[in-house]
Design a protein around this ligand. Structure first.
Ligand SMILES: [Ca+2]
Ligand SMILES: [Ca+2]
Ligand SMILES: [Ca+2]
Length: 297
């Protein structure tokens, strides 16, 4: 159909570069956010993201979920799935993906929150402070709330990125996630674990909000100063700021696990002493320490 050129600073742009190299396709970056109208006949990576979103929300597109057809073309079945979604969400069921549906689905995707791995029989309540509306172009880090004191290290998001090697078969894509953040040691030196997980830097890789552990992993590096202490920690000297990078990987663990994936950092453990148990936990806005969603198939 018609192409819309939208220049926007406030809306995340959809930047997808597709390089066809012999048999496989590399999608270098996909922000799961829509900015153009789609209808029968449309094609592209945003169509693909829409299709996976609909399937995951329970609005099946049989040709794609059964892998008879590959995602990326807006056909009759996508139109029907979209119509049912529109009806269920109080919109006119036109099957046209226009401003109303775009706003609705962008909001749904932005609001997907990973659920904790909660043991059965328990209710798990997140420790993190409530999500705040942060001005565009800023990272908002809570001070003096939920155990964070002014004298605690200041932990700030620098950047995040999600990319995937989209292989041509089914269930064979691999996603790479990268989140960079800085730690500023105030009021004394700070030790941060070099490990990921509950004892160090905790992360979550989720598929549309449901945490996936199989086929996922992450490693942490300090790219300012990679020197480890005798206890295996990184030391940030008083007054210094050091940059960390969490590198995550998601490989589709099983057939039927195609969908939208992203990575979050959920907490960072730290201590004033170089020891084996880092006693303090900093948690922060889950929404800001997160990559965008990317399609794996
Ligand atoms: Ca594939
Ligand atoms: Ca250091
Ligand atoms: Ca300790």
């Amino acid at each position: 159909m018609k192409k819309q050129i939208i220049k926007s600073v406030n809306i995340l742009t959809l930047v997808i570069a597709i390089m066809v190299m012999s048999l496989f396709v590399v999608v270098t970056k996909a922000e799961a956010e829509f900015f153009r109208n789609l209808t029968v006949g449309s094609s592209g990576s945003d169509v693909k993201v829409l299709q996976y979103f609909l399937i995951e929300q329970g609005y099946d597109i049989p040709a794609i979920s059964s892998q008879v057809a590959s995602a990326g073309y807006f056909g009759a079945q996508t139109r029907i799935a979209l119509m049912v979604y529109q009806r269920a969400n109080g919109m006119p069921d036109t099957g046209f993906f226009g401003p109303l549906a775009i706003a609705n689905i962008n909001a749904r995707i932005a609001g997907l929150t990973p659920s904790p791995l909660c043991p059965s029989g328990y209710v798990c309540t997140p420790l993190s402070p409530p999500v705040v509306q942060c001005p565009v172009g800023y990272v908002c880090t809570p001070i003096g709330t939920s155990g964070t004191k002014k004298s605690d290290p200041q932990i700030n998001l620098i950047s995040s990125n999600a990319s995937a090697v989209a292989n041509s078969g089914s269930n064979d894509d691999v996603a790479s996630f990268k989140i960079r953040f800085s730690v500023n040691a105030v009021n004394g030196p700070v030790y941060v674990s070099s490990t990921t997980g509950a004892g160090g830097v905790s992360f979550a890789i989720d598929k549309s909000g449901s945490i996936v552990t199989s086929g996922t992993s992450a490693t942490l590096v300090n790219i300012t100063d990679g020197t480890l202490t005798t206890r295996g920690n990184y030391k940030i000297e008083q007054g210094q700021t050091e940059t960390f990078e969490l590198n995550g990987i998601a490989q589709l663990p099983a057939a039927g696990m195609s969908g939208l994936y992203r990575m979050n950092i959920t907490s960072v453990r730290w201590d004033r002493n170089d020891d084996n148990t880092l006693d303090n936990v900093s948690t922060f806005n889950l929404g800001s320490f997160s990559t965008s969603y990317i399609v794996l198939n």
